[in-house]
Design a protein around this ligand. Sequence first.
Ligand SMILES: Cc1cc2nc3c(=O)[nH]c(=O)nc-3n(C[C@H](O)[C@H](O)[C@H](O)COP(=O)(O)O)c2cc1C
Length: 392
Amino acid sequence: MIPGRRKLLQAGAGLTLVACGGGLWQAAHEGAFAMGEGLAYAPWDDWRSGLNEGPLALVRAAILAASPHNTQPWRFRLEPDRIELHADSSRSLGPLDPFGRELHLGLGCALENMLRAAGALGYAVSLELPIARLDAAALPGPVATLRLGQATPVDDPLADVIAERHTNRGPYDPSRPLSPETLAAFPALVADLEGVQVVLFSDPEQRAAFGAETVAATQAIVDDAPMIAASDAWFRDSRAMLQERRDGLTLDAVGLPPLIVGLAKMLPVTSSRVAHRQWITATRDVQVPTATAFGLVVVADLYDRVLCLRAGRAWQRMQLWAATRGLAMQPLNQALERVDRERELGLQPDTARRLAGFTGDPALQPTFAFRAGYALQAANPSPRRPVEWVLL
Ligand SMILES: Cc1cc2nc3c(=O)[nH]c(=O)nc-3n(C[C@H](O)[C@H](O)[C@H](O)COP(=O)(O)O)c2cc1C
């Protein structure tokens, strides 16, 4: 996925434009001085104010979850005694996610937020996950149903930070490695998610190898016209578009220092070619080298729908836990996206073969990759569509 954007390279070269009045007007219009404001960001506050609304509060928590390219591929049917979670396949990433694997990981993220919110708000949940394969014909009906009963509310620090979790794409502090206890905490955190494991590695050799794999996959995506076009389609280049659609990737969330973001907003949108080069540069020169640990969520079958949902739950849970500890995390899924693409096109599964080397067990396949560390700058929220837009 692309953390860079079209205006970024220009920002570096465009400092002289700061003094330009037209640039300042443009910046104000683009929200340079109003990061995270407007209706597109209201759901981050609504979750707290809507805690007394019954089961709707669980949907308010769900929509704050992570999703691939911020596609928010979810819909919810709300009944007095249950909530159904449905996939919205119209929000698929196409050639970037040809089997809907990432889409279902995103649904798993929403599910984790709902389950955490349910515990904290005093709901007992019985969870139904119909078995299905992503590479077979789509099953009608929900991907998950939460049957709601009553329980004593639990004190859950992870539920408390649902609105504080954000993907951090900026530089991490390379001089602050994760402690052995922290590295061990991640696999323990997801131990109850059957069929899902988390593998972390922090030794320099493995990090270098995984970093090289990620940079190479980024280049391969840029060189693959349908893949990169599918990615570009989710960039929100203007404030108007962002506030209208309330989804997708924004300049505020790419991990640049606030001053550079402000400058970038003053500049006209530049070519995709420049944006793609910037993505490769940011991956190679910032995200990979400043990560003190990489991690993989691994499963036995990449296209088993229930495992996708559980792997998504694992990612959301790890990020929430990280938020309680002042840790930053970012997915780096370029290589995994290449695995799907090679399969779709009937190419040799070269990327899958190389990735298997990182799990220590050929039967375990990575379905999600990430970096973790201590951030040098805070992450900004990304836009969200309101619950009214996603209720069936
Ligand atoms: C399945 C999945 C894949 C993702 N892949 C990437 C990625 O490769 N690179 C990245 O920077 N972010 C990635 N993300 C993060 C999303 O872009 C992010 O969750 C979304 O933009 C919403 O922002 P938020 O997490 O800050 O709320 C991924 C998220 C999910 C759930």
